[in-house]
Write a protein that binds this ligand. Sequence first.
Ligand code: FPP
Ligand code: ZN
Length: 313
Amino acid sequence: MGELAAERHVKYILSVEKKKDSFESVVMEHLRLNGAYWGLTTLDILGKLDTVDSDEVISWVMQCQHESGGFAGNIGHDPHILYTLSAVQVLALFNKLNILDFDKVSNYITGLQNEDGSFSGDMWGEVDTRFSYIAICCLSILHRLDMINVEKAVNYIVSCKNLDGGFGCTPGGESHAGQIFCCVGALAITGSLHHIDKDRLGWWLCERQVKSGGLNGRPEKLPDVCYSWWVLSSLIIIDRVHWINKEKLIKYILDCQDLENGGISDRPDDAVDVYHTYFGIAGLSLLEYPELKAIDPAFALPVDIVNRIFFNR
Ligand code: FPP
Ligand code: ZN
């Protein structure tokens, strides 16, 4: 089996596509706040976060904040809950949460909860269990979970549960590993895992592993490195990760590396991107691959950062 080309991946992230020479310019321009979260978390898992100019990133993140308290993907864009979580996660990575006005950000998120307990992504109102997860994860990091109706939020997520044990984006929506991560993560953070039929869901999730060792997101779909994260984190949270073949999955992820220029792709021989590089390395971290920082499966942040947030360590 090949090995993780860690140094090449660090180089790749620092100079995505080699168009520019610094992490800051490239990520900020093309990938916005989500991209910053993927790239910086990958660097942190690899123990290389200090290669980035943190002052420059933090100043840019804060300029993405809107007067409503939410964050946009880039300066001058409209705020959305997706980018708000990324902003909070990036500040957490740099131990800079203290520069945030916690109440202002929390008020923005609280204002997105609907009467039925669900969350909209922004003022335009699209509803999705992704946004329930983001709201719960973000408020929990800010120690402000009590500002929303948690019981209703949990009930809404439970209403998106299907007979196969999985979860969809809205009630009746087809089970999909990405949505399952969101629902399982949100239920874990709120201490509501008793709503999950762990054996039934574990069965559906471990059936996502295909012959090559990779995982897909739904039955009959092709494997994709990002599902190493969505499926694996869910299996770990419900304590059924021993139901998949870890060695084969490690091999699949390593087979998706660009050994020459760094980066990881969705499938062997496809073009690499920062998103799949993050999910590949985060997946390897969940699989306890040597020399990687451990990542928390519910908060999607390194475990030492989560400990600092909740236990002040
Ligand atoms: C599939 O994406 C993934 C999802 C639907 C889940 C997305 C979850 C979030 C945005 C919450 C924040 C996540 C983290 C890790 C903090 P896709 O569009 O690639 O699906 P496809 O494979 O079906 O195209
Ligand atoms: Zn993918």
